[in-house]
Ligand binder design. Sequence first.
Ligand SMILES: Cc1cc2nc3c(=O)[nH]c(=O)nc-3n(C[C@H](O)[C@H](O)[C@H](O)COP(=O)(O)O)c2cc1C
Length: 270
Amino acid sequence: MTSQRKLDLVSVVTIACLLIVAALLLWWTPGDWWIATPRASHWVSAVMTMVTYLVLCVWIAWIPSRGPSVKQTSYDDNAANSLEEDTPSDVHNDAKVVVLYASQTGTAEELAIETATRLTENNIHSEITAIDELHERRWCGEETFLIIASTAGQGEPPDHAFEFAEELMNRSIDMTSLRYGILALGDSDYEEYCAFGRQINEWLTKCGAQPLFDIIEVDDGDRVSIEQWESQVDKITIGRGDIRETTRLNAVAGPPLHDMQRKMRDSVSL
Ligand SMILES: Cc1cc2nc3c(=O)[nH]c(=O)nc-3n(C[C@H](O)[C@H](O)[C@H](O)COP(=O)(O)O)c2cc1C
């Protein structure tokens, strides 16, 4: 329950209690209770009480507009967001992180969901989407992308990202407003180790995007690299505590795979 709801509930309960007390007093006082015209001093104190009450009501109603505002962000108002004084230096003025994934057998997608969950726990807005489903113009916006990309085939992108790699990644786009981090999944047994993640990194660098940290490569699910990624994700902060977290799952992103499913999948891919 939000604090505003709690306040509303307290107000309702208080008013109900006062009404009950008033009814009891009315019932308890027999006969005429308005026995004489009040004295002037009583009128004065009654008027002062009323004025004080009204002033208090106006003051309480005014408090929320002075307090910290809840920032609602949308893609269109990113430019309007301004750096706060307490914003850490490696952090951006965008209150949302877009988690992109390219995945053949689900590991990158699963890690994307975990990353978005982590961001949500850190009170950061996030959005998950497959890398090829993001609208083209988003790549030149003032955004922050966390990209988790695996390599398939012989150094190729996963199937769903094939066209994206062929079309968009061959274009030069102005990405100077974009900040990004990449987690490249691969297996050093393959000649083209983490090739697709590296290609994305190269493309973004060429287009002028700003890396938040060096590309992190994960060799066959290496836990240490994933923990390194998690600690980088934790460093992404907006420096404000008043932003409500929302995670939009644009993609057909099911729940994270259970260990058993993962083991089965790994044994299939071996
Ligand atoms: C058929 C196949 C081909 C792969 N080719 C490569 C490759 O060329 N380079 C590489 O670094 N890893 C390669 N890998 C390893 C995957 O990138 C790695 O297992 C990754 O974690 C899979 O992530 P995903 O489930 O999101 O697709 C390959 C894996 C499979 C099953």
